[in-house]
Design a protein around this ligand. Structure first.
Ligand code: CTP
Length: 408
C-alpha cells in the first residue's frame, strides 16, 4: 500500500539474536515505500553481516563514527539530519542504558544524541532475555527514556533463544511495521476511548447449524486499527470472523447478538465514542434445539420461528451518557438499495448524530468500499477506496465532529 512513501528511516541494529528479524523488517519498510539507512553497532555485526543489510536496504551500511566515506567525516550528523525517525530494532538492554545516559561512544548512540529532538523521533524495539527485561534497572531506563520523549514498543512474550520463556522477545517484523505506520498517523483521537462492534453475529438453530450473514468484519477491524493509530484506546467487540486483531486493540470475541449486546454493555461505560459496524442478526430462532435436528425420512422440514434481537446501537444511543453528549455514537447501514433514503431514515430511527451508509453486497468480504456519511445537515460521499484508507478518513471526520461539539 506504500504506507511509508516519502519516509526516510534510520534503522539501527544493536547486539541481539533478534537481528535476524531486523533483516525482514528492513525489507518490509522498503516494500512500504520507505528509504532505509541501516546503522549497526559492532555487537550487531556479530549477529548479522552488513552485507545482508546492504542488499536489503540497497544502501551502504554504516557502523563506525570514523567512517572516512563521509566527506566531512561526520556520519552522525549527516545521517541523522535526513531521517523522519530513528528506529532501533533490536535495542539491547545495554543500548537502552547507554541512550539513557546520553553516552555517545559509537556511531548509533552518537547519532541518537546528535539528532534534532523535535524533528527526528526515536523509536525503540527492545529485545532481550526475560530476566534482563524484568530487571528494575531496565524498567527504570525504559520509563526514563519514555519521559525523555522516546517511543518504546512493547516486547513479545514466548520462547526465547536462550531456552527460557517470558517477556522480552522483539516484536515480529509485521508487528513492528504496523507500529511504525501507526506512529506516523495524526493523533486526532488522543485521550479518547473508542468502542467498535464488527463482523456478523451467529444465531444458533441447533448445536451444528445457525443463521449468520456475509459480513467479513474488515471494515470494523480497519476502523478499530485507524482509531488506535489516531491515539485512542480501542475495544473491539467482534462477531465470528477470522481476522487478525489490529495491534494494540483490546478484542472481545462474541458469537450471538445477545452476547454482543452484553459485551457492549460491559464496555461502554469507559467509551467516549461508539462505532457500530457489526452486521447484527435482526432475529434469532425462538428455540435453539439442544441436539442436532435430524431428518426423519418423511420429507418434513423443520419449522423455525424467530424472535427479534436487542438493538445494540439504539440502546447505547438512548443511554444517559450518549444523550448528555459524553458518548458520540456512529451507526452503519448495510443496504442493498436506496442507500440515501434508507440511511437517512435509519439515522433518525437509531437516534445517532452520524450514520454511515454502504451497499452490503458491493462490499461484504472485499478490501474496498465506498461510504455515504449522513448527519442532520446533509450528506458527504467518501469515494471507493481501501477499507483502511476510508477508516482513517472516517476517524479524522469523527474527530472533527467531536471537537465541534466540544466533547472532551
Ligand atoms: N445494529 C445493532 N443491533 C442490532 C441491529 C443493528 O447495533 N440488533 C446496528 C448495526 O451495527 C448498524 C446499525 O444498527 O450500526 C444498522 O444496522 P442494519 O443491519 O443496517 O439495520 P437494521 O437496524 O438491522 O435495519 P434493517 O435490517 O431494517 O435494515
Amino acid at each position: 500500500m506504500n504506507e511509508l512513501a516519502g519516509k526516510h528511516i534510520v534503522l539501527g541494529l544493536t547486539g541481539g539474536i533478534a537481528c535476524y528479524k531486523a533483516a525482514d523488517l528492513c525489507r518490509a519498510l522498503v516494500k512500504e515505500g520507505a528509504t532505509v539507512q541501516v546503522v549497526m553497532t559492532e555487537a550487531a555485526q556479530q549477529f548479522m553481516t552488513p552485507v545482508t543489510m546492504q542488499a536489503l536496504s540497497n544502501r551502504t551500511v554504516y557502523g563506525s563514527q570514523w567512517d572516512p566515506r563521509e566527506p566531512n567525516n561526520m556520519p552522525h550528523i549527516n545521517l541523522s539530519r535526513e531521517a523522519d525517525a530513528i528506529l532501533i530494532a533490536p535495542c539491547s538492554a545495554d543500548f537502552m542504558a547507554k541512550l539513557l545516559h546520553g553516552r555517545a561512544d559509537d556511531l548509533l548512540s552518537l547519532m541518537c544524541l546528535a539528532r534534532p529532538l523535535q524533528s527526528v523521533p526515536l523509536l525503540i524495539a527492545p529485545a532481550m532475555n526475560r530476566e534482563m527485561w524484568a530487571h528494575p534497572a531496565t524498567q527504570r531506563n525504559r520509563a526514563q527514556l519514555v519521559s525523555d520523549g522516546a517511543t518504546i514498543f512493547d516486547v513479545g512474550n514466548g520462547d526465547q533463544a536462550c531456552g527460557e520463556t517470558g517477556d522480552g522477545r522483539m516484536l515480529e517484523s509485521h508487528e513492528l511495521l504496523e507500529e511504525v505506520i501507526a506512529f506516523f498517523q495524526p493523533k486526532t483521537l488522543a485521550g479518547q476511548h473508542v468502542l467498535v462492534t464488527a463482523g456478523p453475529t451467529y444465531e444458533a438453530i441447533d448445536p451444528v447449524r445457525g443463521i449468520t450473514n456475509l459480513s467479513s468484519g474488515k471494515m470494523g477491524f480497519s476502523i478499530a486499527r485507524a482509531a488506535r493509530e489516531a491515539g485512542a484506546v480501542v475495544t473491539l467487540v467482534a462477531g465470528p470472523v477470522s481476522l487478525a486483531t489490529p495491534r494494540g486493540v483490546n478484542r472481545v470475541d462474541v458469537r450471538s447478538a445477545r452476547d454482543m449486546f452484553q459485551a457492549v454493555q460491559d464496555k461502554v461505560a469507559a467509551a467516549t465514542v461508539f462505532i457500530a459496524t457489526a452486521a447484527v442478526a435482526d432475529w434469532r430462532p425462538a428455540h435453539a434445539a439442544d441436539q442436532k435436528i435430524k431428518k426423519d425420512g418423511s420429507g418434513k422440514t423443520p419449522e423455525l420461528s424467530f424472535v427479534e434481537n436487542p438493538d445494540i446501537l439504539a440502546a447505547v444511543a438512548q443511554s444517559t451518557r450518549a444523550q448528555a453528549g459524553d458518548l458520540y455514537c456512529v451507526g452503519f447501514a448495510a443496504e442493498s438499495q436506496d442507500l440515501l433514503a434508507n440511511a437517512q431514515a435509519k439515522r433518525l430511527r437509531k437516534g445517532v448524530p452520524l450514520l454511515v451508509g454502504n451497499i452490503g453486497p458491493a462490499t461484504f468480504g472485499q478490501d474496498d468500499n465506498a461510504l455515504l456519511l449522513v448527519d442532520e445537515s446533509g450528506t458527504q460521499e467518501m469515494e471507493r477506496d481501501s477499507k483502511l484508507s476510508l477508516a482513517r478518513k472516517l476517524i479524522a471526520n469523527i474527530a472533527i465532529r467531536m471537537k465541534a461539539r466540544g466533547q472532551k
